[in-house]
Design a binder for this molecule. Structure first.
Ligand code: GLA
Length: 411
């Protein structure tokens, strides 16, 4: 639960706006356990929501004017809800809030009125834990919980298909408003998380399954390298284009096959074409295709309770990111190596886009503290930097509730 985060949001609301908010939206960060850069290639991902949260508290106000205060940044953003359109040069957190407002207007019709909102969170920002999707989902849940959309309050609580619709809408907001060509992984994970469980998603068919991480579940230890990057800074979109060029190669070679994404190519086909493919693109494709296989194997390992096997697949994923997709960094590799020599380590990898940010490690619960200690010193020895280490657990997905009736809360 996120009671301290909620208290901070409530105190910020009282200070900036005065009076009482009427609703809360709350959404967790996420880790990608397997399936790196597979989502936009129509592939498979295996993720978990973690117990770090963005909390949004607020109330409706008459008219179109809206004011949103970020307690993390100490910044107030103001806008009119009916004049929001892509292309506004807002930066950082504010473009996500504007983007969700925009997509809600597009998707379910104009919002009922403006609002006053305070938000805060303890999802590390820019670290690969999807603080942005967490902000999007928490804000969307607030809009739903405060009855500002034509969706009824219980809409996203009750039905899986409605949650899936919301995940798509939030992804569209990130793609079309924020300008990052991301896949569905982040929004799906923050909406579909379940305590003690991971989620496997087929991004092509949208079939998904909730898988137990065991009893007791291992700790999910997130290590922030303290090197950060902006997702929109070009690297991510460049990788996406590299993958698309491999698809084009196969489309030209095999026009009779309906090849749309890397998902439509097998590893054997890739091997057959290896010498004619662009030397960079073929490595990117090999990473994505072997990742899909690791997700399938990882889901099978979780079904049979084999965390050792699952952990070794995570570590293999890191190696593939490092060598084939080239989205690791010296700092992330140092974290990975320091983790491998630490007690209770089951497996680990970079999480999310890569290049900077975090690694995620599965660690035996009883060893989590000594693992963290050993990792701090191992990383410092290698880089001279002190990492932030967060001992997390798989958590429930986004929720909203009225402040006068908190019964809608999910566990
Ligand atoms: C970022 C994106 C996701 C996904 C990961 C890499 O987190 O937002 O959609 O592509 O990178 O797996």
């Amino acid at each position: 639960m996120s009671s301290i985060t909620e208290e901070i949001a409530l105190a910020a609301f009282a200070e900036v706006f005065g009076g009482q908010p009427s609703a809360i939206g709350r959404a967790p960060g996420r880790v990608e356990l397997l399936g790196n850069h597979t989502d936009y290639n129509g592939g498979l991902v295996l993720a978990a929501a973690i117990d770090r949260w963005t909390v949004v508290v607020g109330r409706a106000v008459p008219g179109q004017d809206s004011r949103v205060f970020s307690a993390n940044f100490g910044e107030l953003e103001t806008f009119e809800i009916d004049s929001i359109a892509p292309g506004h040069p807002s930066e950082s957190w504010a473009r996500y809030v504007r983007g969700v407002t925009w997509i809600m207007n597009q998707w379910v019709g104009p919002l009922a009125s403006g609002f006053e909102v305070a938000l805060t969170g303890d999802v590390p920002i820019g670290a690969g834990l999807s603080s942005s999707a967490s902000l999007q989902a928490a804000f969307a849940m607030f809009l739903i919980g405060a009855d500002l959309t034509s969706r009824p309050g219980e809409f996203a609580e009750k039905s899986e298909s409605h949650r899936l619709e919301l995940a798509h809408a939030l992804r569209r907001s990130e793609n079309e408003y924020v300008g990052v060509a991301s896949g569905l992984l982040d929004q799906f994970s923050t909406l579909f998380g379940k305590a003690g469980h991971a989620i496997v998603l087929d991004c092509r068919t949208l079939e998904h399954e909730i898988l137990s991480l065991g009893n007791p579940p291992p700790a999910i230890v997130v290590c922030d390298s303290k090197t950060s990057r902006r997702l929109a800074d070009g690297q991510y979109n460049r990788r996406r284009a590299e993958c698309e060029r491999v698809v084009e190669h196969f489309q030209n070679k095999k026009p009779e096959q309906n090849i749309r994404q890397l998902r439509d190519i097998t590893l054997d086909e890739l091997r057959d074409e290896w010498s004619t493919l662009d030397p960079v693109g073929r490595l990117r494709a090999r990473h994505v295709l072997t990742e899909n296989d690791r997700v399938t194997a990882g889901a099978a390992a979780l079904r049979s309770g084999d965390l050792i096997r699952f952990g070794s697949l995570m570590s293999a994923s890191h190696v593939s990111s490092r060598d084939d997709f080239e989205n690791s960094s010296p700092a992330l590799d140092a974290l990975f190596e320091a983790a491998e020599e630490s007690p209770g380590f089951l497996g680990g990898k970079l999480s999310g886009a890569g290049w900077a940010g975090c690694t995620v490690n599965l660690v035996r619960t009883d060893d989590a503290e000594s693992f963290a200690e050993s990792l701090r010193s191992g990383y410092a020895r290698r880089t001279g930097l002190v990492p932030d280490v967060h001992i997390c657990h798989a958590a429930a997905g986004a929720t909203s509730f009225s402040l006068t009736n908190r019964q809608g809360e999910r566990n």
